[in-house]
Design a protein around this ligand. Structure first.
Ligand SMILES: Cc1cc2nc3c(=O)[nH]c(=O)nc-3n(C[C@H](O)[C@H](O)[C@H](O)COP(=O)(O)OP(=O)(O)OC[C@H]3O[C@@H](n4cnc5c(N)ncnc54)[C@H](O)[C@@H]3O)c2cc1C
Length: 494
C-alpha cells in the first residue's frame, strides 16, 4: 500500500462496529481503510437469499436508533438519503403453553392494560416496573455505556457520583430473576421480563437485577424496524462511509499487527502490508491477541471470562400465512430455570426450548413469495465447547417442530419449502467470534462490565479495539457505542 497525505487509519473487520469506527475516523480527518476477511460487510449483521425468500442472517431487533442517526449527524449527511426505519406499535407476541397470549404494545398504558387483563399483575405494577427500568437506565447509561471505564478521569464526574450514590437501588446484588419475582409475582410476567437477560446472551438466574435496564430500551425508547430490513443498517452505513472516502478491502484477512518499539505501525494481510498511524481492531478480542498480536503478553483474565450464549437458527421458507404471528414472536418454555441450567451449566440444550420466530415479510412483504412467509426460528444455545452439534441441531429441529405444532395447532413439516441452518460452529467460523458467542462475554458476573477489555491498548500506542467483545459489550447498540468510545480515545490530528 502507498502512503497517503492524511494520516492513515486501518480498521480490521467490517462488522457494524468496524463500519461505525470507519465513519468516525473519516470525520476526524483520517484516510481510512477497512480490511474484511469475508466478501461482504456486516459480519453478524448480514443477509442472504434462498429460493425467493430474503433473510436477515443475524440481528432481528433494532433498538436505540439514535446510535445510527448520530453517525449521519457527525458526517453532516441527511439520513433520509441513506436509511429509513419505523417504530413498531406492537413489539412482540408472547405465547405460553397454558394458552395465554400477550401482545407487547409499545404504548405503556395499553401494554399495562393487556397484562392486567391476562395475568394477575396490575396495570399499576407494570407501569411502576417500567418506571424503575427507566431509572436504572438513566443512572447506568452515562457511566457504563457512553464512556471508557478504563480512564480514571471518567470517574470524576457528576453522573458517576450519582451512579455510586444510587448503587443500592440498582439491584446489583441479586439476580434478575429474584428481582423480577419480588416485583411481579405472576410467573408468566417474571418469565416475560427474565427473557431480557438473553438480549446480551446472559442467564436471568445469574445476571444481576440491574439488567432490568433492557426493557426500557423497548418500552421507553422503542423497538424499530428498518424499512428495507436489518441488513439496510449495514448497507446504509457502508454507503455513508464510502461517501466520506473510506475504502473497503474485502477478502482481505488481517494476519498480524506490526509493532515497532511500543507502536503499532501497520497490518500484514493476505493482500499485502497496510501501513497505518492508527489501527482499530473490530476482530473478536481473543482472536486479536492470539492471532494478530502473538508477540504481546495477552491479558488472560479478561480473555478467559465466560462467553455469552450462542444460538441455533433455522431459516425456513413457509408456504402459508400465519395471521396470529407478528414480526417478533416468542413461544416460552414450560420450565425456564431448567432451560437456562442446560445452556449455562450443562452446556447443552433443553428438550423444551423457548423459541423466537422473526418474520420480516410481515413488515416487508417482498421478503417472501406471495402467500408465504420467511421464518427465522431461533433458540438460545450454549457457546461452542466441542459439543456434538450435528446431533443437537437434529434434536432441536424435532423439538421445535413438535412444540410449534402443539402451540400453533398446525403441521409444520410439510409447510417448510426451504431451509438453511446456522449454529455455534458456523457463527464462529464466519465472524471469528470466540466459541460462537453472540455477544462476547456474558454478563452473568456482577463485575462483568469491569472485566471486558478496554477500547485501547495499555501496552502499545496507536492500537484500539471496538466491537461486541470489548467494552461496553455486544448487540448492535453497544457495538456502535464501542466504536464511539474507541475513536474518542484516538488523539485528534494536530
Ligand atoms: C443470530 C444472531 C442474532 C442476534 N440478534 C441480535 C439482535 O436482535 N439485536 C442486536 O442488537 N444484536 C443481535 N445480535 C448480536 C449482534 O449481531 C452483534 O453483537 C454485533 O453485530 C457485533 O458486531 P461487531 O462489529 O462486534 O462484530 P461482527 O459482526 O462479529 O464482525 C466482525 C467482522 O470482523 C471480520 N474479521 C474477523 N477477523 C478478521 C481478520 N483477521 N481480518 C479481517 N476481518 C476480520 C469478520 O469477518 C466480521 O465481518 C445477534 C447476533 C447473532 C449472530
Amino acid at each position: 500500500m502507498k502512503k497517503a497525505d492524511k494520516p492513515t487509519c486501518v480498521i480490521i473487520g467490517a462488522g457494524i462496529a468496524g463500519i461505525a469506527a470507519s465513519i468516525r475516523m473519516a470525520v476526524k480527518g483520517y484516510q481510512v481503510h477497512v480490511l474484511e476477511a469475508n466478501s461482504f460487510a456486516g459480519g453478524k449483521l448480514s443477509e442472504f437469499e434462498l429460493q425467493g425468500f430474503r433473510f436477515d442472517a443475524g440481528p432481528s431487533l433494532f433498538t436505540m436508533p439514535q446510535n445510527v442517526e448520530e453517525l449521519f449527524k457527525i458526517a453532516g449527511k441527511p439520513i433520509e438519503k441513506y436509511f429509513a426505519y419505523k417504530k413498531l406499535e406492537v413489539i412482540c407476541h408472547y405465547f405460553y403453553e397454558d394458552g395465554t397470549v400477550i401482545h407487547a404494545f409499545a404504548d405503556i398504558e395499553r401494554f399495562a392494560q393487556e397484562v392486567a387483563q391476562k395475568t394477575q399483575v396490575s396495570a399499576q405494577t407494570i407501569k411502576q416496573f417500567l418506571a424503575k427500568s427507566r431509572f436504572k437506565f438513566e443512572i447506568t447509561n452515562p457511566v457504563f455505556l457512553q464512556k471508557s471505564l478504563h480512564k480514571w478521569r471518567n470517574y470524576l464526574s457528576l453522573s458517576t457520583l450519582k451512579g455510586i450514590l444510587n448503587l443500592h437501588r440498582l439491584d446489583i446484588f441479586q439476580s434478575l430473576h429474584r428481582t423480577n419475582q419480588k416485583l411481579l409475582k405472576d410467573e408468566r410476567m417474571v418469565q416475560f421480563f427474565d427473557r431480557y437477560a438473553t438480549y446480551n446472551g446472559s442467564d436471568p438466574y445469574q445476571t444481576p437485577g440491574v439488567m432490568n435496564v433492557i426493557p426500557h430500551l423497548e418500552f421507553g425508547i422503542g423497538a424499530f424496524f428498518p424499512i428495507k430490513g436489518m441488513y439496510s443498517i449495514t448497507q446504509s452505513l457502508v454507503n455513508l462511509a464510502q461517501d466520506l472516502g473510506v475504502r473497503f478491502h474485502y477478502q482481505t484477512q488481517a494476519q498480524r499487527i506490526e509493532i515497532q518499539g511500543n507502536k503499532a505501525i501497520g497490518v500484514h494481510t493476505t493482500q499485502g502490508f497496510f501501513p497505518a498511524e492508527c489501527i482499530i481492531s473490530n476482530m473478536d478480542i481473543v482472536g486479536t491477541y492470539h492471532k494478530l498480536l502473538p508477540q504481546l503478553k495477552a491479558p488472560q483474565k479478561l480473555l478467559t471470562q465466560p462467553k455469552s450464549s450462542s444460538a441455533i437458527i433455522f431459516y425456513w421458507g413457509i408456504s402459508q400465512i400465519f395471521p396470529e404471528l407478528s414480526l417478533h414472536n416468542i413461544f416460552f418454555s414450560r420450565n425456564y430455570a431448567e432451560e437456562f441450567k442446560h445452556i449455562f451449566e450443562y452446556k447443552t440444550l433443553y428438550y423444551d426450548p423457548t423459541i423466537y420466530i422473526n418474520i420480516t415479510s410481515k413488515e416487508k412483504p417482498d421478503d417472501a413469495p406471495a402467500g408465504m412467509e420467511n421464518w427465522f426460528v431461533m433458540i438460545n444455545a450454549p457457546h461452542n465447547v466441542g459439543q456434538n452439534w450435528d446431533e443437537l441441531v437434529k434434536q432441536a429441529r424435532a423439538n421445535i417442530i413438535q412444540k410449534l405444532n402443539r402451540m400453533l395447532k398446525t403441521n409444520l413439516e410439510p409447510l417448510i419449502v426451504c431451509e438453511h441452518v446456522l449454529e455455534p460452529r458456523t457463527i464462529e467460523s464466519r465472524t471469528s467470534s470466540t466459541q460462537g458467542a453472540l455477544y462476547g462475554n456474558s454478563s452473568n458476573n456482577r463485575y462483568a462490565a469491569f472485566l471486558r477489555h478496554a477500547n485501547f491498548s495499555t501496552q502499545i500506542k496507536n492500537l484500539y479495539f471496538c466491537g461486541g467483545s470489548v467494552h461496553p459489550g455486544g448487540g448492535i447498540p453497544l457495538s456502535l457505542l464501542s466504536a464511539k468510545i474507541a475513536t474518542d480515545c484516538v488523539p485528534s490530528i494536530l
